[in-house]
Ligand binder design. Structure first.
Ligand code: TIU
Length: 220
């Protein structure tokens, strides 16, 4: 057991029961021409967390712990993309439309894949998910249960959308959730702050937050 200085109070990490969940570090969210940009966002802010996220992944790899990468994407026939998601708003391109990195948010297309700097290695789990939360319509819950995981460290994008949704899903399933605050980002800085504030308020109602350096130190 290692104690991590976290907010709103210390997090007692049990490394052998811990997995890292890296949410949606896909080219479609981080690079120009993908889904994030079609929604009207400036994607450059998200690129800044790649080095810290890489350091976190390296720490988990060195410790030999479970690493999960998620990708928000849909089947090529879009059977798993509800019209309510596909038809929302007035984006330049919709999910499934051809863009500069292939069809937007479609599995197997270059844009839907993980950025090269954070690419999964042999033995790591990759979960393709049709929703914002990584537990909905995926085998993630069963895979974590099989491995005896009870604590989850979170990184990835965006803080208030897929990261927060997945942390809330995990919290309701009984996991202790710790967010790596410099390995997560939003297109809106004020939303990142608000998401972290609301998750850590009320005595860690959803979970804890700590910097990557403190988490990696606890693993070594
Ligand atoms: N739009 C936005 O902020 N996020 C998403 O659509 N998906 C994820 O957060 N991965």
């Amino acid at each position: 057991m290692a104690t991590i200085k976290a907010r709103p109070f210390d997090f007692n990490l049990e490394p052998e029961k811990t997995a890292l969940i890296v949410i949606d570090m896909q080219r479609d969210f981080v690079e120009p021409g993908g889904f994030g940009e079609t929604l009207g966002n400036d994607v450059t802010r998200l690129q800044a967390i790649i080095p810290a996220t890489a350091a976190l992944i390296t720490g988990f790899r060195k410790a030999g712990l479970t690493i999960v990468h998620t990708r928000e994407c849909h089947r090529p026939d879009l059977a798993d993309c509800p019209p309510a998601k596909k038809d929302r708003g007035n984006p330049k391109l919709r999910i499934g439309d051809p863009g500069p990195m292939g069809r937007i948010l479609v599995s197997g297309e270059p844009g839907a894949d993980i950025v090269p700097e954070l690419y999964p290695v042999e033995g790591e789990i990759v979960i393709d998910k049709p929703g914002k939360g990584a537990f909905y319509a995926t085998p993630l819950g069963d895979m974590l249960k099989e491995r005896g995981i009870t604590q989850l460290v979170f990184a990835g994008v965006t803080t208030e959308v897929c990261v927060q949704t997945t942390m809330r899903e995990a919290n309701d399933r009984g996991y202790e959730c710790l967010l790596a605050e410099d390995a997560t980002e939003s297109y809106f800085p004020e939303f990142k702050k608000a998401a972290i504030d609301m998750m850590t308020a009320q005595g860690a109602i959803v979970g804890w937050v700590a910097p990557v350096s403190s988490i990696v130190e606890a693993l070594s």
